[in-house]
Design a protein around this ligand. Structure first.
Ligand SMILES: [Zn+2]
Length: 148
């Protein structure tokens, strides 16, 4: 049997001649998800909402973004990915988003939580190939989860 094990984004093809051996390998690789949380302040207004809707008015949010990466724990290292690498990938986005009017940012002319989640995904995925979810908390009770 030929199997592909995606270890840290580098697909590793291996010939496994015994199914028991393959299952043994999988059982010994912990599958985990790491989540790192970032916050920023920004203003926006939503041009696709109906006239008179409160979301069409300019207003601000304390956005909270959760960046999730998922995959197998390297048994030799004991971790999936350095949280610091997630922070490094996020850093340029923070510069672009924090204390800005989101509508003025290219790609965020209609800055709903859904569009923002996709915008963040598109920019982080090349840097974080194990990216598995972007969660946008627009308010304490309103959250959008995008899994690519
Ligand atoms: Zn809003």
């Amino acid at each position: 049997m030929s199997v592909c094990i995606d270890v840290h984004t580098k697909p590793v093809w291996a010939e496994v001649h015994q199914e028991e051996r393959f299952l043994d390998i999988l059982q010994h690789m912990m599958q985990v998800a790491l989540v790192k949380t970032f916050t920023f302040e920004a203003a926006h207004w939503l041009p696709t909402f109906p006239e008179g809707h409160k979301c069409r008015r300019m207003h601000g949010h304390s956005f909270r973004i959760e960046v999730e990466v998922s995959g197998p724990v390297d048994p030799a290292k004991g971790y999936l990915q350095d949280y610091g690498e997630i922070g490094q990938a996020w850093s340029p986005l923070m510069e672009t988003l924090d204390h800005h009017l989101l509508n003025e940012i290219v790609g965020l002319e209609n800055p709903t939580s859904e569009v923002l989640a996709g915008w963040v995904w598109d920019r982080l995925k090349p840097e974080l190939p194990m990216l598995s979810a972007i969660t946008v908390h627009e308010t304490c009770t309103s959250t959008c989860v995008y899994r690519g």
